[in-house]
Design a protein around this ligand. Structure first.
Ligand code: PLP
Length: 379
C-alpha cells in the first residue's frame, strides 16, 4: 500500500464544468470568475471577494495597496510557507520575523511585541495549517499601534473563528486554492474584504491597472476605450479555474467534515502515546485540519527524520512540519538563530501526516501502526 500525503477530490463534475467553459469560447477571467467570487463572498460572509492567480499574488496585491516602502517593516511568522515572507519582499518592504505560540503555531500579541520597531507598518497573521489565530486581541493590538492587519488565510478555508468563517469581517484575508489546500482550482487565490475601496483597487491592480476589465468591455456591446489608471499586474484567475472552484466549493463542507473525523481518529490513537502532541481545535474556533501536524516532545528519544523514514519504508508519505523562513538561505542572517526558540523547535520536531477526505481506515492504520511501534506501543 502507498499512502499519499494528500489526494484532492476531482471528479466528473469538474471535467464537465471545464468542458463547458471551453465550449463557451471565453476561458480567461470572465463570468465564471465573477460567479466564483459571489459564491465565495457568500460562503465567507464577506462583502467582497476578489479572485486572483494565487494566494501569493493576493497577499502581494494587498501589501502593494498599503503603499509600503523599503524602510517599512511587516511582522510575519517565520514558521510559515516561505510565500508569507516573500510577499512582503515582493511588495518592496521588509519582513520581520516573530515567534509563535507553541500550541496553535500562530502569532499572538506577545510574540508580535518582540518584533515591533518604530518602522513596523503592518502585521501579517497566518492561520497556520488551518488553525485559526486568535484575531480579536491581535486586531486590538494593531489598532493601538496604528498597524495594518493582513490575514494569510491560505490554509484556512472551512475553519471558523468565534462561530464565523475565518475571513469574515476582515479588511483583507487571502485564501489559496493550491492542490494541497482543502479545495483546489489547480492554482488560485482569493482576497475577502469588507472594504469596498480596497476591493475595487484590487480588481484594478490584478488586471494591469485597467479602468474596465477585458470581459466587461467585450460584454458591453459598445466601443469602450480603457484607461490604465496605475501601474498594475497580471494576477487574474481564469474562468477554467473558477469553474473548477465552483464545483469544489460545493464539496467544501463534506471535505471538512471528513477531515475532522479522520483527525479525531488520529487524535484518539496518538494522544495516549507519551511524547507525541497533535494539532487540536483552539478554544476560540475550529480548524479544517488542512494539515494534521504532530510534534515530537523533547523527552521522546526519536528524531523527526527517523519517523519520516520509517513511514516511507511502509509506503506512507508524510512531510516535515511547517518550515521556518529565517533558517532558509533566502532570509538567513535576518535574525540570529536561537531568537525564535518556539519556531525553531517546532520546525525541527514536527511532521505532517497524510490526510485527505477519502482516506481509508486501512491507510490511516498503516500510518498509525508505524507511529505506535516507534513510540513503543502497539495500536
Ligand atoms: C501559509 C501559506 N501562505 C501562502 C501560501 C501560498 O499560496 P499559493 O500557493 O496559493 O500562492 C501557502 C501555500 O502553501 C501557505 O501555506
Amino acid at each position: 500500500m502507498t499512502v499519499p500525503v494528500m489526494r484532492p477530490w476531482l471528479g466528473v463534475e469538474e471535467s464537465t464544468a471545464v468542458a463547458d467553459v471551453l465550449a463557451s469560447g471565453w476561458i480567461a477571467q470572465g463570468p465564471r470568475v465573477q460567479a466564483f467570487e459571489e459564491a465565495m463572498a457568500e460562503r465567507l460572509g464577506a462583502d467582497h471577494a476578489v479572485a486572483v492567480s494565487s494566494c501569493t499574488a493576493g497577499l502581494h496585491l494587498v501589501l502593494h495597496s498599503l503603499g509600503l516602502g523599503p524602510t517599512d517593516e511587516v511582522v510575519v511568522p517565520s514558521l510559515s510557507f516561505i510565500a508569507t515572507a516573500n510577499t512582503v519582499t515582493a511588495a518592496g518592504a521588509r519582513p520581520v520575523f516573530a515567534d509563535v505560540d507553541p500550541v496553535t503555531q500562530n502569532l499572538t500579541p506577545d510574540t508580535i511585541t518582540d518584533a515591533l520597531t518604530a518602522r513596523t507598518a503592518a502585521v501579517m497573521v497566518v492561520h497556520q495549517a488551518g488553525v485559526p489565530a486568535d484575531l480579536v486581541p491581535i486586531a486590538a493590538f494593531c489598532a493601538r499601534h496604528g498597524l495594518a492587519l493582513v490575514e494569510d488565510a491560505a490554509c484556512a478555508l472551512g475553519s471558523t473563528y468565534r462561530g464565523s468563517p475565518v475571513g469574515s469581517g476582515s479588511r483583507a484575508a487571502v485564501f489559496s486554492f493550491h492542490p494541497r489546500k482543502v479545495i483546489t482550482t489547480g492554482e488560485g487565490g482569493l482576497v475577502a474584504t469588507d472594504d469596498v475601496e480596497l476591493a475595487q483597487r484590487l480588481r484594478r491592480l490584478r488586471e494591469h491597472g485597467m479602468s474596465a476589465s477585458a470581459h466587461d468591455r467585450h460584454a458591453s456591446g459598445s466601443v469602450v476605450i480603457e484607461e490604465y489608471l496605475e501601474a498594475g499586474f497580471n494576477m487574474r484567475m481564469t474562468d477554467l479555474q473558477a469553474a473548477i472552484g465552483l464545483v469544489q466549493l460545493d464539496r467544501l463542507d463534506h471535505i471538512v467534515a471528513e477531515r475532522r473525523d479522520l483527525a479525531a481518529r488520529y487524535q484518539a490513537a496518538l494522544t495516549p502515546l507519551a511524547g507525541i502532541r497533535t494539532v487540536t481545535d483552539p478554544p476560540w474556533g475550529t480548524t479544517n485540519f488542512q494539515s494534521f501536524w504532530m510534534v515530537l516532545e523533547p523527552d521522546l528519544d526519536l528524531g523527526r527524520d527517523e519517523v519520516l523514514e520509517a513511514l516511507l519504508v511502509e509506503g506512507v508519505s508524510a512531510r516535515r512540519g511547517i518550515m521556518a523562513a529565517h533558517l532558509e538561505p533566502a532570509y538567513r542572517g535576518r535574525i540570529r538563530e536561537g531568537r525564535l526558540p518556539v519556531t525553531e523547535y517546532l520546525t525541527r520536531r514536527s511532521l505532517i501526516l497524510p490526510l485527505f477526505h477519502a482516506m481509508t481506515d486501512a491507510e490511516q492504520d498503516a500510518t498509525l501502526s508505524v507511529l505506535c511501534r516507534l513510540a513503543g506501543r502497539r495500536p
